[in-house]
Structures are given as C-alpha cells and as structure tokens.
Design a protein around this ligand. Structure first.
Ligand code: GDP
Ligand code: MG
Length: 178
C-alpha cells in the first residue's frame, strides 16, 4: 500500500496550545511550560484512515511575529490543510482568527476556503478541559466555521480529547477532496 504525504500547518495566537496539540498527536505527551517555538518545528506521524495510509508532516509555528516564518510563502507551499487554533477560554485568541485567515490566504496566495487550490481549513477551539472558564461558545464558533467553509471541532491537548480524531478526519477529508 502506498502512502499519501500530507502537509499540515498550524497557526494561531501564542499560548493557545499549538505545540501541545502536535506533541499530543505525535508523541502522546504534554508540556505544562509554554516555550515560544523559534522558527518552525516539525512533527511527523503515520496514520491509516479508511484503509488508506498517510504520512503527516506537521509544521508548527511560534505565533509571535518576531520569531515568525509564517510570513513566507514557502511556509505554506504544498499545504494540504491549515489548523487555525484558538483557546476557548480566551475570546481574544478567537477574535484573532479572521486575522490568521487573512494572513494565510494572502501569504499562501490561496483561493477562498473551499476552492480547489485552497488547503482544507480547520477551526480548532483548544483547552476544552477548561470549559468552566469558557469565553467562546461552541455554537458561535461553529457558526463562524460554517460561514467560512471550515471544519470545526473543540480539542484538549491536555486530556487528549478529539486530538487524534481531528488529525485523522482531516486527512480523510483532504483525500476525498483530491
Ligand atoms: P502555543 O504557543 O500555541 O504553541 O501553546 P503551547 O502548546 O506552548 O501551550 C501554551 C500553554 O497552554 C502551556 O502552558 C500548555 O500547558 C497549556 N495548554 C496547551 N493545551 C492545553 C489544553 O488543552 N488544556 C489546558 N488546560 N492547557 C493547555
Ligand atoms: Mg508553540
């Protein structure tokens, strides 16, 4: 069986949990301390979804412009999907999602979300284990995602909730779209 290689890019504000989502998915681990990623970090994992094998290459970003490589078109070249991550306990991080969509679309020179030449856009509300401190409702984010042709889910890198699921269902979605 031959592998399909997919490139994932993860963007969003600092401290929303991008690096921990990658760590949880690729290594089933988690880090309490927040360290700014410098430049770009990579994660790799092989998965099989619906009898199709995939090799996922995941590009993590700092989210802080001073360290940022996400201003480069190369960063998004050949991307199959983009994860736009916010923290459900931070309205501010959610309100920055339109900025990230604008950045990625402009820099990557992609058509609108849903177009053939555009990677699959996925909206992720992370830290679902902290739902008691929630500042962004599930319904509000789902509505935004539907309007922008994005897949939507809430995850917890800490408890593992939905992490594997979102990486795998996105692979299936990219595959179906191709
Ligand atoms: P990044 O800057 O977006 O890469 O964020 P990090 O992955 O470095 O995480 C930032 C902080 O949030 C760290 O202290 C993490 O331990 C914490 N964090 C990340 N994901 C979760 C989560 O799902 N739940 C909770 N409660 N904390 C999280
Ligand atoms: Mg990081």
């Amino acid at each position: 069986m031959s592998f399909i290689r997919l490139k994932y890019n993860i963007v969003g504000d600092p401290a929303v949990g991008k690096t921990n989502l990658v760590l949880r998915f690729t290594a089933d681990s988690y880090k309490e301390a927040h360290e700014a990623t410098i430049g770009v970090d990579f994660g790799f994992k092989q998965v099989t979804v619906n009898d199709q094998a995939f090799k996922l290459q995941i590009w993590d970003t700092p989210g802080e412009e001073k360290f940022c490589c996400c201003g480069s078109r190369l960063y998004y070249r050949g991307s199959s999907c983009i994860f736009f991550v916010y923290d459900i306990t931070s309205k501010e991080s959610y309100e920055r999602i339109p900025y990230w969509i604008e950045q990625v679309t402009t820099i990557g020179n992609f058509g609108p979300s849903g177009a053939d030449d555009c990677p699959v856009f996925v909206l992720i509300g992370n830290k679902s284990d902290l739902a008691v401190n929630r500042e962004v409702s599930f319904e509000q984010a789902k509505k935004f995602a539907d309007k922008h042709n994005m897949i939507f889910t809430e995850t917890s890198a800490k408890s593992s909730c939905n992490v594997e699921e979102v990486f795998e269902s996105t692979a299936a979605c990219v595959y179906e779209k191709a």
